[in-house]
Design a protein around this ligand. Structure first.
Ligand code: PLP
Length: 391
């Protein structure tokens, strides 16, 4: 039996998504910029997807810019807004310490190009304090970027409060909603943000496709130059099958009431089971406001990578943090930013559930995990063998 609990890394595309993409690949063969019927058919497919994505994020279809994923959407937001604001003497950017690398490393790249960057710290809760954002703002702040839900611990950030604070200082607010879209309600208008990123493969769509919602009137300089696609905000022939897949995933997410509660119940059962069956375990981050599918648990005395491999050998896939940093043995920058001590950051695993997760999956993890932990603990506790000395 194989159990996939790494949905924050990526989700398997749903059958409806595969079906819609296959049909688009086969039947929608034109270039959406062409005037003939083939082109208009492709444009109609993009428009249908654009409507669904706009509805998913609570925006207007004309405010959606299709991109090649969440990373590109984040880059377009940060670089595009920074470049538009620089001539107005706004050359300061504020990001939180628990952002995904797509935001953090883009902010660092902008710092190398002369922008001032402030990284707002977080406490052990893994929730950004709006007051800390207020303290970071200056009259030169162009943009604040704080994610909606954290990819490693699942905490949901107080975006609406941060938006008010950023706007009062004349700055725009971008939120990376890659880990919230399709999981919880995302409404750009009630969040009060100016730009918002999503990525299809985090909610049962294809990899390599995403979108930036940018509020009408928000000034943004295009980063991909070339043709006039996407209302001149992102050049390049559109990835029609991918975008159709994104649209299908958005429509499925919109039409799946009850999914959230089912996944949250499975996550809560997994979490309660682990805490009860395995000693020396603790949840990382606040559990008050979380996406329903994520839990991050530390296992005292265990090296997370070893436990990950032990579980993998049993057919269970989990993660030590974000997919980008896993495999590097670098401690998670999120857990580090929360001030957790090194032994705890190095002993933490992320379990992220999805729409394909079943009760049987949770049973299997709860059956395997206690033994795997005990075995690893006994290995590390064993006294070292006396060395043999060559004669
Ligand atoms: N932002 C967050 C919060 C993510 O979790 C990810 C992916 O892990 C990204 C951005 C990057 O998205 P993509 O993989 O579509 O480039």
């Amino acid at each position: 039996m194989r159990v996939y609990l790494d949905h924050n890394a990526t989700t398997p595309p749903s059958p409806a998504v595969v079906e819609a993409m296959t049909r688009a690949l086969r039947e929608v063969v034109g270039n959406a910029s062409s005037v003939h019927a083939f082109g208009q058919q492709a444009k109609a497919a993009l428009d249908t997807a654009r409507d669904a994505v706009a509805e998913l994020v609570g925006g207007q279809p004309s405010e959606i810019v299709f991109t090649a994923g969440g990373t590109e959407a984040d880059n377009l937001a940060l670089r595009g807004i920074a470049e538009a604001a620089a001539p107005l003497d706004r050359r300061h950017i504020v990001v939180s310490a628990i952002e995904h690398e797509a935001v953090l490393n883009t902010a660092r790249a902008l710092a190398r190009r002369g922008f001032a960057v402030t990284i707002v710290p977080v406490g052990a809760s893994g929730v950004v304090d709006p007051q800390a954002v207020r303290e970071a703002l200056t009259p030169a702040t162009a943009l604040v970027s704080v994610m909606h839900a954290n990819n490693e611990i699942g905490t949901v950030q107080p975006i609406a409060a941060i938006a008010e604070i950023a706007h009062a200082a004349g700055a725009l607010l971008h939120t990376d909603a890659v880990q919230s879209a399709g999981k919880i309600r995302v409404d750009a208008t009630s969040l009060g943000v100016d730009a918002l990123s999503i990525s299809a493969h985090k909610f049962c769509g294809p990899k390599g496709v995403g979108a930036l919602w940018a509020r009408r009137g928000a000034r943004l300089v295009q980063q991909m130059t070339g043709g006039r696609q996407e209302r001149n905000r992102r050049a390049g022939t559109e990835n029609v099958p991918g975008i159709v897949g994104l649209g299908a995933a958005a429509r499925e997410a919109l039409g799946a009431p009850g999914k959230t509660e089912r996944i949250a119940a499975l996550r809560d059962r997994l979490e309660a089971g682990v805490l009860e069956l395995v000693t020396g375990t603790a949840i990382n981050g606040s559990t008050a406001q979380r996406v329903p599918n994520t839990t991050n648990i530390s296992f005292a005395g265990i090296e997370a990578e070893s436990l990950l491999i032990a579980l993998d050998l049993e057919g269970i896939a989990v993660s030590t943090g974000s997919a980008c940093s896993s495999g590097t043995l670098e401690p998670s920058h999120v857990l580090k930013a929360m001030g957790l001590p090194a032994p705890r950051t190095q002993s933490s695993l992320r379990f992220s559930l999805g729409s394909t997760t079943t009760d049987a999956d949770i049973d299997r993890v709860l059956a395997v995990l206690p033994g795997a932990v005990s075995k690893l603990r006994s290995l590390t506790a064993r006294p070292s063998r006396p060395k043999t000395v060559d004669a």
